[in-house]
Design a protein around this ligand. Structure first.
Ligand SMILES: NC(=O)c1ccc[n+]([C@@H]2O[C@H](COP(=O)([O-])OP(=O)(O)OC[C@H]3O[C@@H](n4cnc5c(N)ncnc54)[C@H](OP(=O)(O)O)[C@@H]3O)[C@@H](O)[C@H]2O)c1
Length: 283
């Protein structure tokens, strides 16, 4: 699988695994664990979770799924809620995430979205966790270009590794200014909702005639085309979520699909990138 090299020099797969809603339903728990393990064995060793997901249930599920693997073979990402991202609470929030995941350190700890705590304070607290070894590195999520520019004033050592933002074929706002800025700074893009939540964020995406024709040409599914398109650029990691083993295998295989220049142009004609600034899309 193609790798993305982060600013800190670590290599991560371009396709990881999301976990929102996983762990919520006891009746599908075993199937979800199997799906995550299948993903790991297919090279999707980067797993994205958050203290918010199911109030920690997703982290517990991930912890169980990874017990049989060498810790160094997994790249674990979790996120701190805005209200916990300051002096008083970040260390406790991180300790709780580590406990639920059953590990000593996180590979990446992301500030989930911007709240009322000053950004400077959040950066200072993230740096402290890094010094303590509770996290190896940190990044952010849902920050638009103004916030990123402000962040870079406080992140003097260029420690911010990624910005995790919503990005799928029918939501390309970041391509206008945020993504070019991130590429210049070498901050990786971690795309969330790369499948537009199975099309529910954009009606008609999965049934689009052109996309179905492109998929047919690659002996692939539309979901695979959406993922192959998502990771076409440098420094991009997509994190689709599935609780189903067959979908995990499909998602891993999407990394082998190369879309031609003509196919990319066709996609641009049906789902164009905006030619002006639009607000960051969020879920
Ligand atoms: N930072 C943030 O604020 C933020 C916000 C949202 C999400 N995220 C992260 O990003 C991850 C991905 O986003 P998401 O979960 O919202 O949406 P998503 O990955 O775009 O879509 C998930 C949906 O797609 C289906 N699916 C997965 N693989 C498929 C395939 N090959 N064919 C058909 N359907 C497929 C899943 O159902 P099945 O289970 O049936 O496969 C699920 O319903 C999250 O899980 C989370 O880790 C972060």
């Amino acid at each position: 699988m193609k790798n993305v090299t982060l600013l800190n020099g670590r290599s991560v797969p371009c396709m990881g695994q999301g976990t929102w809603y996983l762990g919520d339903n006891p009746s599908t728990r075993e199937e979800e664990i199997k799906a995550l393990r299948t993903g790991i064995e297919s090279g999707m060793t980067l797993i994205d979770t958050a203290e918010m997901y199911g109030n920690g249930r997703s982290e517990c599920l991930v912890g169980e799924a990874i017990t049989s693997y060498n810790r160094e073979d997994i790249f674990l990402v979790s996120k701190v809620l805005p209200q916990n991202a300051g002096k008083q609470r970040m260390r406790i929030a991180c300790e709780n995430s580590l406990k639920r995941l059953g590990v000593d350190t996180l590979d990446l700890y992301l500030y989930h979205w911007r709240g009322s705590i000053p950004l400077r304070e959040t950066v200072e607290e993230l740096e402290k966790l890094k010094e303590l070894g509770m996290i190896r590195d940190w990044g952010v999520s849902n920050l638009d270009i103004d916030d990123m520019e402000e962040l870079s004033k406080y992140d003097k050592k260029n420690h911010c590794q990624v910005n995790q933002v919503l990005y799928h074929m029918a939501s390309r706002g970041i391509e206008y200014s945020l993504l070019p800025w991130m590429r210049k700074q070498k901050i990786a893009l971690m795309s969330y909702c790369p499948l537009a939540q199975a099309g529910s964020l954009k009606r008609g995406l999965f049934t689009n005639k052109t996309l179905n024709e492109i998929a047919k040409g690659h002996d692939a599914t539309v979901a695979q085309i959406l993922l192959a398109w998502n990771i076409r650029g440098e420094g991009t990691i997509a994190i689709p979520r599935t609780g189903k083993m067959e979908h995990t295998l499909e998602n891993a295989k999407a990394t082998t699909i190369n879309l031609s220049k003509e196919e990319l142009e066709l996609i641009d004609s049906i789902y164009p990138a905006p030619n002006h600034k639009v607000w960051l899309d969020m879920q």
